[in-house]
Design a protein. Structure first.
Length: 368
């Protein structure tokens, strides 16, 4: 019998829980078809079809399917067609500005990037529970695309950024509710253009999914504080798109952090006690009766929590739009947006007003 080797990429079906709910009575996955589910309350989940059972009656399975890639022995990577045995070797050899293509594994060690590169994950969802899969050093300028990273390593992030990173169609995932920690740790500059980001928990138990800024700015510890020459003084997170799922905090804009949201779908709450947050657009949804924005002013140069809202849609089951989670007045200017409930009038910027139109509270300039 002749043998033929096919060089193909297998991509698993991945949709939101909301999507599957719409077809739960009619959708019958093929026998052996693996379907990934981005759940607001549980993070990433899995169902496997049997070819005869509709979606709603299929049980959820464990997430071992993700380990198919992470445990593969093929750790090779290519640069301009040249094959290297490991990602580390490929990254070291790659000229600045070039692209490294991962086959289907990063191996057992943390991959560190400290130059300008594009890393193409080649549609693989790579999981490593032993170490942080990837770190971008302060001199790194990385574009990470077309695949995903996952880890449930205790007290370690999935992606740690001290330089610059841009995420294009790149997913970051945690799955173990008993090993909660940040999924993305940004101590540099991170731009999110597209991807799916999830971690498990509830509104009462969990970890912030993305940390932007520092938990203890002046600690002198690079893991939770600013260290000159190791990470950046004022971390910046820019969200241009993507879907974010975390029932605890989606993003914690912490000591020294600057956050800008231009678009994206964000399911959960943003905690802001950094330098500034600007929201120009995006879709913000809460389902647990809490609030999409929790803001606290800690009254110092690192934590004034300046906030400007120019746009965005805020809906779902929430008891208020903005929650003051501290004990000091907030500097908030709402200049636009569409809200399922009224915004507290004290936060509407001077010269602006909110009107109830077709069931939505719309903020515009007075007279418009």
């Amino acid at each position: 019998m002749s043998e033929k080797i096919l060089n193909v990429v297998i991509k698993l079906r991945r949709e939101t829980e909301e999507f599957y709910d719409k077809v739960k009575d009619t959708f019958i996955p093929l026998n052996g078809e693996v379907c990934l589910v981005d759940s607001i309350n549980y993070g990433l989940r899995t169902k496997v079809g049997d070819g005869k059972t509709v979606w709603k009656d299929l049980p959820y399975k464990g997430l071992d399917v993700l380990k198919i890639y992470g445990e593969s022995s093929n750790t090779s990577a290519t640069v301009n067609g040249q094959v290297y045995d490991t990602p580390e070797a490929a990254i070291e050899a790659a000229p600045a500005g070039s692209e490294v293509v991962i086959q289907n594994s990063l191996g057992e060690k943390t991959v560190t990037v400290d130059k300008e590169l594009t890393i193409n994950l080649n549609s693989a969802e790579i999981k490593n529970d032993e170490v942080t899969p990837m770190v971008v050093g302060i001199n790194g300028k990385l574009t990470l695309k077309d695949g995903g990273l996952g880890s449930d390593k205790k007290d370690e992030g999935v992606l740690v950024v001290r330089g610059e990173v841009t995420l294009n169609n790149c997913n970051l995932t945690r799955t173990d509710i008993n090993n909660l920690y940040y999924t993305g740790v940004n101590h540099g500059k991170m731009t999110v253009n597209s991807g799916v980001f999830s971690s498990p928990g509830t509104s009462q138990k969990g970890s912030s999914m993305f940390e932007n800024g520092y938990q203890n700015y002046n600690s002198g510890n690079e893991k939770n504080g600013y260290v000159p020459g190791v990470n950046q003084q004022f971390p910046e997170l820019i969200v241009n798109g993507g879907s974010f799922f975390n029932p605890f905090y989606i993003i914690k804009n912490d000591d020294g952090g600057k956050l800008t949201i231009n678009d994206g779908k964000l399911y959960g709450t943003i905690l802001h006690n950094g330098i500034e947050m600007t929201i120009n657009g995006g879709h913000f949804t809460t389902t647990d009766g809490t609030y999409p924005l929790s803001i606290r002013n800690l009254s110092d140069d690192l934590n004034p929590a300046h906030t400007v809202i120019n746009g965005g849609t805020f809906d779902g089951n929430c008891r208020t739009i903005i929650w003051n989670s501290g004990d000091k007045p907030l500097d908030i200017k709402v200049k636009g947006g569409k809200f399922i409930i009224a915004v507290d009038e004290q936060y509407i910027a001077e010269g602006y007003e909110q009107k109830l139109i077709d069931g939505w509270y719309i903020v515009t300039k007075k007279g418009e």
